[in-house]
Design a protein around this ligand. Structure first.
Ligand code: UD1
Ligand code: MG
Length: 408
């Protein structure tokens, strides 16, 4: 990256650092007791170290990736000298490796406080997913196989899971699920009692589907510099805010102790995750010096899925995935082959204006936003999409709070 583009980024870097510091201070404030605060400070310290470790190691391994022939071309710069350069890929391998090491360290000091077996299983899923993501990047698998990979990677959790199979469902759909349970139950949906719905075997299908959705949703909302890792950082920040809000001891709930354990556990997973993602983002932000690869998309999606399953907030997690859900639903005609789906559904780069233009036949959110706003610079487009993500996540948090207040 040239020194002038680094200078251009300075206000953005200051803004991003301020947001991170603000959120971290908020989490510390919500800690509510000294033990929890100590834990958040230790995990925060480990996270800072992991940020520098990731950004340093990425710089070091770039030549190795190029030598091994692991690189891609920046399609959104086609027709310019930058478009001819070899961009090393998949550098998502570095944050994933550092992250798995951190999970091991946290396991060693037994910060998770919960079921050690489930924690190990979740770690195995993230590791397995990273391996399969790397295999996908190297082998360039077909779309239908990509869909199945997260299903395979979620097996360690599925075979070890002996925890609850209940979910708290919104009031509106409880009668509907109750009706299914009484008519077609048969182990798929157990029972409905009050807020809790026992999904029985259905819970295992739900966990597998969540892994498939989270991983692929990030992978198909991609293709412009900084978007894959940027969306993961924004969502993870909102997950930590949600976790912090549930750490407070003054919440009027019977299961307050368990709730705090679950959300503290998720914070342990999310704080280092944000840090390793930022270490990667340092290199992947426009103009990308490295590409994250499917390795990163799968690793990030699986981390969200595991954090939310073990932290018991998977329905709330889906609220943070609203742009990804819109992108997925809008993509369906092409994903299911009703309309032709080209290998890449990226916008069109106009060499004369140096702007990206929306392509009507590429049905995804990136192109839809461009068709609404008109041509944009790649960096501006990524920033706009991340702002959209933050707005959707904020709305999700507010709507959830309002809903719980009026329909407890
Ligand atoms: C998914 C999308 C595809 C999109 C691709 C971009 C679907 C069904 N698939 O495919 O439409 O084009 O992601 O990641 O929606 N690249 C860039 N600039 C970037 C990031 C990636 O040009 O900022 C290009 C590079 O050539 C890179 C390649 O995309 O090598 C990576 O594509 P890959 O992740 O393998 O594509 P898929 O995940 O299969
Ligand atoms: Mg991809």
């Amino acid at each position: 990256m040239s020194s002038s583009s680094t200078q251009d980024e300075l206000p953005l870097r200051i803004f991003a650092s301020s947001v991170i510091l603000l959120v971290y201070s908020f989490i510390c404030r919500e800690a509510s007791d000294a033990g929890m605060l100590f834990r958040i400070l230790v995990v925060g310290g480990i996270s800072v170290v992991s940020y520098f470790t990731v950004s340093f190691f990425i710089s070091s391994v770039i030549p190795l990736f190029l030598k091994a022939g692991l690189f891609g071309r920046d399609i959104n710069k086609k027709g310019t000298p930058n478009g001819e350069e070899k961009v090393p890929e998949p550098l998502g391998l570095v944050p994933a490796t550092v992250y798995i090491m951190i999970l091991c360290v946290l396991h060693l000091v037994a910060f998770h406080n919960g079921d050690a077996r489930l924690y190990t299983a979740a770690m195995a899923c993230v590791t397995f997913m990273t391996l399969l993501g790397f295999a996908d990047d190297v082998l360039d698998l077909r779309w239908r196989y990509k869909l199945v990979l997260p299903l395979i990677a979620s097996l360690p959790l599925l075979v070890n899971y002996t925890g609850k199979t209940t979910v708290i469902l919104p009031r509106i759909i409880r009668p509907f699920v109750g009706w299914i349970a009484s008519h077609f139950g048969g182990g798929l949906v157990g029972s409905v009692s009050g807020r809790l719905v026992d999904l029985g075997l259905g819970y295992y299908i739900y966990m597998a589907m969540l892994s498939v959705f989270c991983t692929n949703a990030i992978n198909i909302y991609a293709g412009i510099n900084g978007l894959e890792v940027g969306q993961s950082v924004v969502m993870a920040i909102f997950v930590t805010i949600h976790n912090a809000l549930n750490l407070r001891s003054d919440i009027p709930k019977d299961d307050i102790h368990l709730l705090r354990v679950h959300h503290a556990f998720s914070l342990d997973m999310m704080l280092p995750f944000i840090a390793v993602c930022l270490g990667l983002m340092y290199h992947n932000w426009y103009p990308s010096r490295v590409f994250v690869g499917d390795t990163f998309c799968y690793f990030a999606g699986m981390t969200f899925a595991m954090g939310s399953i073990l932290g018991h907030y998977s329905t709330t997690l889906l609220l943070f995935f609203v742009p990804q859900i819109i992108n997925f639903v809008y993509s369906l005609p092409q994903l299911f082959g009703i309309l032709p789906c080209p290998r890449h559904r990226l916008p069109k780069y106009n060499v004369k204006t140096a702007r990206l233009e929306g392509v009507k036949t590429h049905l995804n959110l990136v192109n839809l936003v461009l068709l609404i706003t008109g041509p944009l610079h790649e960096r501006t487009l990524c920033f706009l999409l991340l702002v959209l993500q933050a707005v959707c996540c904020s709305l999700a948090l507010v709507l959830r709070a309002l809903y719980l207040r009026y329909f407890p």
